[in-house]
Design a protein around this ligand. Structure first.
Ligand code: PMP
Length: 459
């Protein structure tokens, strides 16, 4: 057994998990924290977080790359955000459901950052704001159909949670993917409002627009396919998507829930230089406080003014979240913030690839340095179905288990991501790479004996 290897105790976490299961369905608050997502042997029960670290209920310390599934762009408990929120709560209140100055300040901070966003409205979650983006698109164009792509996740609503992670038994032909519901209980009739596309395939996109162009209200895309291991768009692909949408009178919606405020100060639209009509933001927008936004072209967003497009919500732009947005935008806007974040992310990603190579495995990474994925393959997959095959042959769950034993916490599935934050220090990266070097021989052994593919289980 090597220096960095200590099997973490899970006694108290197991107790808490079992107790919680008496009153919370499945013992955890979301499927992504559960056994099913690969959090074995038991889901991580966090006591507290600080910077890049979390301490669990058994007293184990982990360098965290889950980062709240992306929001914690400044790490755990960033002083600027915690101070702003605490002061607002203490001095002003948590909720008025009436107008206040922090709403306008927060909105102005965001529109100044996001090149395509003239006007916006805040909400609570990515799911909710995607739903609003779809509603804006349908009301603006007077059309019904939404083109969405296999392998992308846009939240769990009935309107869009289709073909997020379909399997071969349900995904249909590659040139005309079937609409596969993402859950039981979704009305089959909704499928007729959707067209499922094959992402990163320009010819396929041309064909869909040629056939259905006049019916499409909007095409919605993650600009980086972040729910299947951070697959980058092929050069020119998003540009062509932009052109086709414009030619056919459809709107382009960028779901920047993962990429916004993360992959560049102005999100993926700035990174790629492609401007959508509507943008959805969430996650890093509030640096860990639950807030989201839908925004875009003024002529579209103005449809809320006379009530043609309804947008409401008791909790929208409450003072608590607005003060977090202002602080998050200010802090990430400091000179050098994104450069440092990216340099550390790149060092980690390159170092993981090197550690895998040292253990005799072919590996590479894809995505942006602050949200990337490691693949045990010579090159990253270009699309969903190719990625699905890589996942089936990947020893990634062993990497998760071996790193967890060495004090580094990552998302268990190969479909997940490594998230960097302003809380990660050079020392955290060094320690993570030491743990990775130590863990990789066990990963190579798993690959060798065919211990590959998704791992999980139902509680
Ligand atoms: N869109 C994307 C691209 C996402 O990654 C997610 C969540 N992971 C959502 C939408 C849904 O956001 P939320 O969980 O805040 O509802």
């Amino acid at each position: 057994m090597s220096d960095t290897h200590v099997t973490p105790s899970t006694t108290r976490s197991t107790e808490l998990y079992e107790r919680a299961a008496h009153s919370i369905a499945g013992g955890v608050g979301s499927g992504t924290r559960s056994h099913r997502s690969g959090y074995l042997p038991v889901p991580v029960f966090v006591r507290s977080g600080q910077g890049a670290h979390i301490t669990d209920e058994d007293g184990n310390d982990f360098i965290d790359y889950v980062m709240g599934q992306g929001p914690l762009i400044l790490g755990h408990r960033p002083p600027a955000v915690i101070d702003a929120v605490t002061e607002t709560l203490r001095e002003r209140g948590s909720l008025f459901s009436l107008a206040h100055d922090l709403e306008g300040q927060a909105a102005a901070a965001v529109t100044a950052r996001m090149p395509s966003v003239d006007l916006l409205r805040f909400g609570q979650s990515g799911t909710e704001c995607v739903q609003y983006a779809i509603r804006f698109a349908r009301s603006f164009t007077g059309r019904e159909k939404i083109l969405r792509f296999e392998g992308h996740y846009h939240g769990w609503s009935d309107a869009i949670h289709w073909s997020g992670h379909p399997g071969p038994d349900e995904w249909g032909p590659a040139d005309a993917p079937a609409a596969a519901p993402g859950s039981a209980g979704m009305p089959p009739a909704v499928a007729s409002t959707l067209i499922i596309g094959t992402w990163n395939d320009t010819d396929a996109l041309e064909r869909v627009f040629a056939e259905h162009g006049s019916e499409i209200a909007a095409v919605i895309t993650e600009p980086i396919m972040g729910n299947m291991g951070a697959i980058m768009p092929a050069p020119g692909y998003l540009e062509r998507m932009r052109e086709l949408a414009t030619e056919h009178g459809a709107l382009l919606i960028f779901d920047e829930v993962l990429t916004g405020m993360r992959v560049a100060p102005g999100g993926a639209q700035e990174l790629f230089g492609v401007m959508p009509d509507l943008t959805v933001l969430a996650k890093a927008l509030g640096a860990g406080v639950p807030v989201a936004a839908v925004g875009g072209r003024g002529d579209i967003m103005e449809m809320v003014i006379d009530g043609r497009t309804m947008h409401g919500g008791t909790y929208n732009s409450n003072p608590l979240v607005c003060s977090a947005v202002i602080a998050a935008v200010q802090t990430t806007g400091r000179p050098g913030f994104y450069e440092t974040l990216e340099a550390r992310g790149r060092r980690l990603a390159d170092g993981l690839v090197a550690a895998a190579a040292d253990a005799g495995m072919e590996a590479c990474w894809s995505g942006a340095p602050s949200m990337f994925q490691l693949w045990f393959a010579p090159a990253p997959p270009a699309g969903y179905r190719a990625a699905h095959e890589v996942v089936a042959r990947s020893p990634f769950p062993t990497l998760y288990a071996e790193l967890r034993e060495r004090g580094v916490l990552i998302q268990p599935p190969q479909e997940g991501l490594f998230f960097l934050s302003g809380g990660h220090t050079d020392e955290d990266i060094d320690r993570s790479l030491e743990a990775a070097a130590d863990a990789m021989p066990a990963v190579a052994a798993a690959l060798e004996r065919g211990d590959v593919g998704p791992r999980g289980g139902v509680r």
